[in-house]
Design a protein around this ligand. Structure first.
Ligand SMILES: [Zn+2]
Length: 414
């Protein structure tokens, strides 16, 4: 079917996508401004998710709300059957800061790209379908982790998204670019026995000593981990008074590694350290993992390169990608193990700026921000058309994705 598409049909589809985004530019900007002006933190994005879903519903999309048990997740679909292209929209804000990560623009880019590809499908002659997913809580539990585990992305052929950045951000088109760390949260608590810290300490069991030994053990482990690993934690409970042997102490750690398998192994090492500290002190251990680990990000380079061609075509200028070590973590990683994925960066500043800052709050509501969001949305819509109309491209994307291993089991709860 797709092989018989004429160049006329394809260019009409491209024109329809771009025209639809341009025609809706003011409405899309208003949508983004509304989200910016009403910042809602993770899992509380009631107005943002409703506004995005209603925007697409009013323009002919079929909307499903509350996916994967997340009230602020949604899917909005148009067209029918395969190939299936997805755009992911985030909209959560940062506590106390507002849209200091620019997720109001991510929402706008996903909705706009969906609108564009939907218009191309309506123009006729194209196979396949488009879906826009509203994905809550990127900054906290990771809505995409829960959605991916629930199978929400099953059957999707390619997933795209765009994250705003400084003027050094890029589309990850080369191996070793656009990486992120797998990350799991570990909670360690000890129950001991209170006693007078001077009169009869021999009757006490010191839960804080156990936590201190966990820190010592993890620090000893650092020499023997791969260079990308990160282990960092805080003590959330360390006793109430210096003259009482602490009967309860608790710490939280993030365990990160370049690959999910390595991260899972590290979580087990930390568990062994915690068990050792329990033996040393006699305190009773409670060891808990969140079970919602972020996987590392596996960018589909074929998809990323096609997106870059379209970013160039629409005139969004960015530096070329370069390999660099992963730093942060994102719930996109879990999507990337399920579906060929790319999350491109796009600049909303003409300089380099610290992220999660008041400067970003301003940039996320700026002329340059909205302009470039519309450009990146057009490029994502055009890439969607390429996937629907070029079977060779889809085959290549799938062939690359075939090398992605199945998502390794998340470290068991304990
Ligand atoms: Zn972000």
């Amino acid at each position: 079917m797709a092989t018989t598409l004429s160049t006329g049909t394809i260019s009409a589809a491209r024109d329809a996508a771009v025209a639809a985004i341009e025609a809706a530019a003011d409405d899309l900007t208003a949508l983004s401004k509304f989200i910016h002006q009403h910042p809602e933190v993770a899992l509380e994005e009631v107005r943002a998710s409703a506004a995005c879903a209603e925007f697409l519903e009013a323009r002919g999309f079929a909307v499903e709300r509350g996916l994967a048990g997340l009230p602020t997740a949604f899917a909005a679909g148009a067209g029918d059957g395969a190939p299936r292209v997805a755009y992911l929209a985030e909209y959560d804000a940062l506590p106390g800061l507002g849209h200091g990560c620019g997720h109001n623009l991510i929402a706008m880019s996903g909705v706009a790209a969906g609108l564009g590809l939907g218009a191309a499908l309506r123009a006729g002659g194209l196979p396949g379908s488009v879906r826009v997913f509203g994905t809550p809580a990127e900054e906290a539990v990771g809505g995409k982790v829960i959605m991916a585990a629930a199978g929400v992305f099953n059957g999707i052929d390619a997933a795209m998204g765009a994250h705003p950045g400084s003027n050094d951000t890029y589309c990850p088109t080369v191996a070793g670019s656009g990486l992120s760390l797998a990350c799991e949260e570990v909670r360690i608590a000890y129950h001991g026995r209170a006693a007078h810290a001077a009169a009869d300490p021999y009757n006490g069991i010191n839960a804080l000593n156990a936590i201190v030994e966990v820190f010592n053990g993890i620090n000893a482990l650092r020499q023997h981990v791969k260079s990308d690993a990160r282990l960092h934690g805080i003590i959330t409970d360390g006793g109430q008074a210096a003259n009482v042997v602490p009967d309860f102490a608790r710490a939280e750690f993030f365990v990160r590694a370049a690959k999910l398998e390595d991260m899972n192994q590290l979580v087990e090492r930390v568990r062994q350290i915690a068990e050792g500290a329990a033996l040393m002190t006699g305190a009773r251990l409670e060891f808990e993992v969140s079970g919602l680990a972020n996987s590392d990000m596996v960018t589909n380079l074929t998809l990323a390169r096609q997106l870059k061609r379209n970013l160039d075509a629409v005139g969004l200028e960015m530096p070329e990608a370069t390999p660099e070590p992963p730093s942060g973590s994102t719930d996109w990683g879990n999507v990337s193990y399920e579906v060929p994925s790319v999350e491109t960066g796009f600049p909303i500043l003409d300089r380099i700026c610290t992220w999660h800052s008041p400067e970003v709050v301003v940039a996320a509501d700026s002329k340059l921000g909205y302009r470039n969001t519309l450009l990146v949305a057009k490029a994502m819509a055009l890439t969607g058309i390429d996937i629907l109309t070029d079977p060779a491209l889809l085959t290549k994307i799938q062939a690359e994705f075939a090398h992605v291993p199945p998502l390794p089991a998340i470290a068991a709860r304990h």
